[in-house]
Design a protein around this ligand. Sequence first.
Ligand code: HEM
Length: 410
Amino acid sequence: MNEHVQAATTGPLFNPLAPEFIRDPYPHYARLRATDPMHQTAFGSFVASRHAEVSLALRDKRFGKDFAERTIRRYGPKSLEEPVFRSMSHWMLQKDPPDHARLRGLVVKAFTARRVEDMRPRIQQVVDETLDRIIPQGRMDLIEDFAFRLPVTIICDMLGIPEEQRELFYTGSRDGGRLLDPVPLSPEEIAKGNAGNLMAAMYFQQLFDLRRKQPGDDLITQLVQAEEDGSKLSNEELTANIILLFGAGHETTVNLIGNGLLALHRNPDQLALLKANPGLITNAIEEFLRYDSSVQLTGRVALEDIEDLGGKRIPKGENVLCLLGSANHDPAVYPDRPGSLDITRPNVRPLSFGGGIHFCLGAQLARIEAEIAIASLLRRLPDLRLDDAENPQWRPTFVLRGLKELPASW
Ligand code: HEM
């Protein structure tokens, strides 16, 4: 037994920021599912690791987000005065009905399957331009040089962020990921979150002013008009949900591309299969989402006492951490080698985009971006090799799972 699988069988059951957990959470998930599938953590949450309980908690109306109460319980009565938590409390992602439907309803039209399909040529153009620039170099970091710019460019397009102001977003910090981790933030991390949030809010306020004066054919213009109407959206909600769109769609998609490329190169038979059969790309993306999801966890709070979830009683107000990455490897749903990458696997329906009312708004956009990025890379750089597929450097966050870098040459 190697050292790492041994840690997964003898160490604490759920220690998500431990280096060995970040490096490879899957043996730890297998142990949770087998020994304590509704595990109660030292910091007071239940951890659901089987597909059945994860899926139920995401969809059942007896569970919700209850963000304000949860934040006060965790960080004290004044915590919602911290700009970062105040802003997060307005995210549709953190809202329960009826506010959730009001906020989601304002942006949902921009993300319909049809609207996103229409963006294919633009996505292809961005990928082609990136590859044109990089191919003569002979090497690149697949994260920084290839995956990173695509989702930022597309979200900037959708929001109508002027070209000359985009550099800010390409060079901007990727530290936001820790905000979502289930392990409480330190005072320094809260201060950093506040500073980042205030900067983003200042930037967007000047963009809202611009779009009030010069309306465009973009999502910010539509939202500014909804805000002016007054009854639909407050200014604080507007700013917070724009920040959410940026945060939710950026690193997650970069990591889908990065984790997918790593998985392919660690499984040369699957890489060869995809190169020989490019039509498998759509199913391959679903399998990448299942095999190593870029979002590993999301949470719910019991809105009433729940008598039985996976054999445990969940009192009102308790958190349930839903391990999406573990549900995606549950042999009860994927009986055929759930820990292996198989791009021809039938009936792949990963929980990586969540479920129920909060089902990812950007799911189709992320799928198409990843599909075009990975298919184009394989077509144009068939000899690309990773420098080190065996010991990649993971970012130190747990909820958002992704690589710091993925150097490659050709
Ligand atoms: C691979 C890429 C992505 C993954 C794995 C992902 C994952 C998720 C998950 C798991 C949720 C639900 C969380 C919950 O139920 O608590 C979610 C919600 C959300 N996602 Fe994504 N996401 C991705 C890309 C995107 C993109 C590209 C956008 C937009 C540009 C986006 C915008 C959102 C929004 C706004 C929500 C909140 C929806 C709501 O609360 O109704 N995501 N995402």
